[in-house]
Ligand binder design. Structure first.
Ligand code: GLN
Length: 244
């Protein structure tokens, strides 16, 4: 089957920002893009590297405070480019530490302020206790399940939509019932897991936007067998929602 087009997937800082298995999101996206009949080029972007000629889909994972500090300068170098890509509708999924860096700032528990890109209208402050555990959300993509581990408590700006509403778990800050943030095709979330393999509806929404940008044509999905992913998702949700 000739490819329906070629999608370039950019993984931001896989060495510094990919704890808790978030590399799995990149592998999931690449595999699903190819199973849908598109070619996929995966570009690992490391600090100081030139930006690729094409970028149709971006993934960024979680990291320790120290990892976030190590990528801060490169984020600043690429800030206008990333803001422009987001404004142009390029789909992005930013997890935990990278979610925080896509907001206005992440102020660590020690008081170190890491300025963010402001692509998402959120601000994060590190807490003395960490928010850790399984998490279930109600989202526009149905119920989504994952795992969270963060000190950062994130507050949404007045007009900022969340990614989802917490059913089980802490979410952005453990108090307002929101999780993550979503603006157009940019999703920020605290969900590790990695989030995408067990939540294929989210993965395919990102891929659909990327395919339309890459080809100039509507997304042409293949009927994929997601029975295993669906079992992984529903069983995790059932386990987390069971009264303890
Ligand atoms: N260092 C950030 C925090 O602790 C992000 C953690 C992460 O990416 N899991 O909140």
């Amino acid at each position: 089957m000739t490819a329906k087009g070629q999608i370039t997937l950019v993984h931001l800082y896989p060495r510094e920002m990919s704890i808790y298995g978030d590399l799995g999101n990149t592998r999931c996206l690449a595999a699903r893009i190819r199973r849908h009949g598109y070619d996929c080029v995966v570009h690992d972007h490391h600090p100081g590297m030139p930006w690729p000629e094409q970028a149709h889909l971006l993934m960024g994972g979680g990291g320790q405070d120290s990892g976030q500090s190590r990528v801060q300068d490169d984020l600043e170098v690429n800030a206008d480019r990333l803001r422009g890509l987001a404004a142009d509708g390029v789909p992005m999924v930013m997890i935990c530490g990278m979610y925080q860096m896509f907001g206005h700032a992440f102020i660590t528990h020690d008081g170190v302020e890491l300025p963010g890109l402001g692509i998402l209208d959120v601000t994060t402050r590190g807490q003395s206790t960490r928010m850790i555990g399984g998490i279930v959300l109600d989202t526009d993509f149905g119920q989504v399940v994952g795992f969270e581990n963060h000190s950062g408590a994130t507050v949404l700006g007045a007009g900022q939509a969340p990614f989802g509403r917490v059913v089980v778990g802490h979410g952005n800050n453990g108090t307002d019932g929101t999780e993550g943030a979503r603006t157009h095709n940019v999703i920020g979330s605290y969900l590790h897991g990695p989030i995408l393999p067990a939540n294929p509806a989210v993965a395919d929404a990102l891929i659909a936007a990327a395919a339309e940008l890459a080809t100039g044509r509507p997304f042409e999905p293949e009927p994929l067998d997601d029975s295993l992913a669906e079992q992984a998702r529903t069983r995790q949700i059932a386990r987390l929602r069971k009264p303890s």
